[in-house]
Design a protein. Structure first.
Length: 318
């Protein structure tokens, strides 16, 4: 079965219902799913661990044939040296929705970084001025903002991952795939007129909603990048947009990037340089301060439609 994500055509021997199916003459990436095992194989040396609350969420190792991503006690994703084949091995007690979430929302965004693309942890909506990116770590409010704006008529392009690319005189956004993941008790989820497209993802507890339409690999012009704080701005009575430029903007986007192997200093240097080159094209970047509550979302919508706040890329908001 062939599917499309970003501008890639992937071939998978297991269904990926989150993605749009396609028929293409070529395949950019092969995904093979091996039979489940009782225990994952032993690995002696890890190059890096991504942690959250002092617990390892994801690890990477270099192997004879490429790289290995491991989600502890759940699954392995082996990537070949060319970055065009992924072999998945999971423990028998890891459910299919978790495996797809790991593949689509963690492994593939990092693989795009390996391929030399700028891969950001962000949701994206289409505004009257172009695409708006909401960049931040898990829990920053990306899904809630994107879903709310989608309900107000701003089409949701993606929920968690985008690629930025420079084409001619335009900075473009290449979304991963449409849809939103929200916690069951989210006030935004409660307002949706549609039911979840799938049961809650076991590893996160979030529900997945089929929102938006497939972009079929088509990029959208970027208008503005908005950096979300990790904690709510309790003192902000109205949403505030504070422009960010230079090295501060580069570092902020680097922190919000899906990295492949942070121990590869040459790769990290190239990635840092690519971010700098992109920002030199005049991309508008701002820090967004707002309260994490439903009442503030309407105020945020108003702020984003104010003159100059969603300037097309190449212009700096006033």
């Amino acid at each position: 079965m062939q599917y499309r994500i970003y501008d890639l055509v992937i071939q998978s021997d297991q269904p990926l219902p989150e993605l749009a199916q396609c028929e293409a003459q070529h395949t950019d990436l092969q995904i093979q799913w091996l039979p489940a095992v009782s225990q994952l194989r032993a690995v002696s040396t890890w190059r890096h661990h991504w942690t959250e609350a002092d617990e390892t969420q994801l690890s990477i190792a270099k192997t004879r044939t490429g790289w290995l991503f491991r989600f502890p006690e759940q699954s392995d994703f082996a990537i070949n040296a060319g970055g065009d084949q992924i072999t998945v091995t999971a423990r028998k007690d890891t459910d299919a929705s978790t495996l797809r979430h790991q593949l689509l929302d963690q492994v593939l965004p990092r693989l795009m970084s390996l391929r030399g693309r700028i891969s950001l942890h962000a949701s994206a909506v289409q505004s009257p001025h172009g695409s708006l990116l909401f960049v931040g770590q898990s829990g920053a409010g990306k899904s809630s903002i994107g879903t709310y704006l989608h309900q107000q008529g701003w089409p949701l392009l993606c929920d968690d991952s985008v690629i930025l690319q420079h084409t001619h005189d335009t900075i473009e956004v290449l979304p991963a795939y449409p849809g939103a993941r929200l916690y069951p008790d989210s006030p935004i989820a409660a307002r949706l007129a549609i039911r979840p497209s799938q049961p809650a993802i076991a590893s996160s507890g979030k529900l997945r909603f089929a929102l938006g339409a497939s972009n079929n690999g088509q990029a959208q012009a970027l208008a503005h990048i908005l950096l979300l704080p990790g904690t709510p701005a309790s003192q902000a009575t109205t949403p505030l947009l504070n422009p960010v430029t230079g090295t501060e903007a580069v570092i902020a986007l680097l922190d919000a990037s899906f990295q492949f192997d942070v121990s590869d200093h040459d790769h990290m240097s190239r990635y840092f340089g690519a971010l700098g080159s992109l920002l030199n094209q005049g991309v508008a970047v701002s820090r967004l301060a707002y309260r994490h509550d439903a009442a503030c979302l309407r105020e945020l919508e108003i702020a984003l439609t104010a003159p100059g706040q969603a300037a097309p890329s190449g212009q700096v908001s006033a």
